[in-house]
Design a protein around this ligand. Structure first.
Ligand SMILES: C[S@@+](CC[C@H](N)C(=O)[O-])C[C@H]1O[C@@H](n2cnc3c(N)ncnc32)[C@H](O)[C@@H]1O
Length: 362
């Protein structure tokens, strides 16, 4: 077993050990999985249909979400990684200057929210009963968290990145649920958030923890456009960068770009643990840690996928609960330390005969 202390010590960063979760309260929770990538946008909300059916809105209906495998973007990703400016099929998204690797913020990015269709920003107001936890988690950056909540409830809804029914529950299901994970991240750590979507948990962590440096990895164009603008509008450009591409691409690097790596990789509602480990462990420094937000299925996932995770170079997955005693539904995370570097299998080269010909060549 790997203890928290071992894990924290192995992670580079000036501050060291993350505060362990306070054991004030432990109770079973609803499945806090929030995204049903494969699910339709709320049809009851006119104008919410995502512009691109490949990037459906998420809604946080746990009953819909549980057991649904997040969409594999392989089918619908715009191949933005190559360095070529990418034609984004999404008509609504504002133009973003295309950097081959790290996208740059667009200047004066126009808001998509107009008077006629704008959702009510007041729907993102912090519910009074959550104010104490929000203050504790965001401290003097609570205003920034509120600005992000408003952005999600307005632009995020209009662009089909979140379902309109999410707006009233943004704080408990999304912002606080992600912010509590900060307790698992050491001071000063570098963090890669894989499959950031609309910025969860990456942007929340950047707001709650100005000591962290974050890279948000997301392959889908409409989402990275939103992320880039959010980073700019929230004034987070110093600590947050947006990488458009898949985790596998980020880890592989290219001729023009070094492979990305970090002390901590986070992911929420992205993929089952075995697949997630395959994507995320290569993004970690040796001894770094994957912190995957999971729902009620976390223990089952550990039972099912431990062997695969270890084969991929990870330690034994551990389950932790974050925010106990602070929020009503603590977040469940699975953590995996990158213990060994496992090289991906290369396909065997065909054998050549003496004459230099491949066997079977004519
Ligand atoms: C269900 S959404 C979750 C978004 C966000 N993490 C949240 O909790 O709201 C899954 C996200 O993972 C992204 N994704 C899927 N496969 C990925 C991969 N191999 N690398 C990086 N991102 C990926 C998708 O594009 C999508 O935005």
């Amino acid at each position: 077993m790997i203890s928290d202390e071992t894990t924290a010590g192995a992670v580079a960063g000036p501050g060291g050990t993350p505060p362990g979760p306070s054991a004030v309260r432990a109770e079973p929770t609803v499945d806090p999985v929030f995204s049903d990538e494969g699910g339709p946008a709320d049809p009851a909300y006119p104008g919410n249909a995502p512009a691109d059916p490949g990037e459906p809105a998420f809604s946080a209906e746990p009953e819909v979400v549980t057991g649904i495998e997040p969409a594999d973007p392989a089918a619908d990703v715009t191949p933005a990684f190559s360095g070529e400016p990418v034609a984004d099929a999404t008509p609504a998204a504002p133009a973003v200057p295309a950097d081959p690797v790290f996208a740059e913020p667009a200047e004066d990015a126009p808001s998509l929210v107009d008077g006629a269709t704008a959702p009510d920003p007041a729907s993102a107001a912090l519910p009074p009963e959550l104010a104490e936890a929000a203050r504790a988690l965001f401290g003097d950056r609570l205003d920034l968290a509120a600005a992000y909540a408003e952005l999600l409830a307005t632009d995020g809804v209009v662009r089909g990145l979140i379902g309109p029914r999410e707006a009233p529950r943004l704080w408990d299901r999304h912002l606080l649920n992600c912010a509590v994970v900060a307790e698992r991240i050491p001071e000063g750590a570098s963090v890669i958030d894989v499959g950031s979507g609309a910025g969860l948990p990456g942007l929340v962590l950047a707001i709650a923890r100005p000591d962290l440096t974050l890279t948000l990895v997301e392959p889908l164009a409409r989402r990275t456009s939103f992320l880039i603008e959010a980073v700019q509008r929230l004034g987070l450009t110093r600590d947050v960068r947006v990488f458009r591409g898949r985790a596998e691409e980020a880890a592989a690097g290219s001729r023009d770009r070094e492979a990305l790596s970090a002390d901590i990789v986070t992911a929420r509602a992205v993929a089952p643990l075995d697949r997630l480990a395959g994507w995320c462990l290569p993004l970690l420094v040796s001894g770094g840690r994957l912190v995957a937000l999971k729902g009620a299925s976390a223990a089952d996932e550990i039972a099912e996928h431990t062997e695969a995770v270890v084969r991929l170079g990870g330690g034994t997955p551990e389950l932790h609960r974050c925010g106990e005693g602070m929020v009503e539904s603590p977040a469940t995370v699975i953590e995996v330390v990158r213990e060994r570097v496992v090289n991906p299998r290369r396909p065997k080269k065909p054998k050549r005969s003496r004459g230099g010909r491949r066997r079977g060549d004519r």
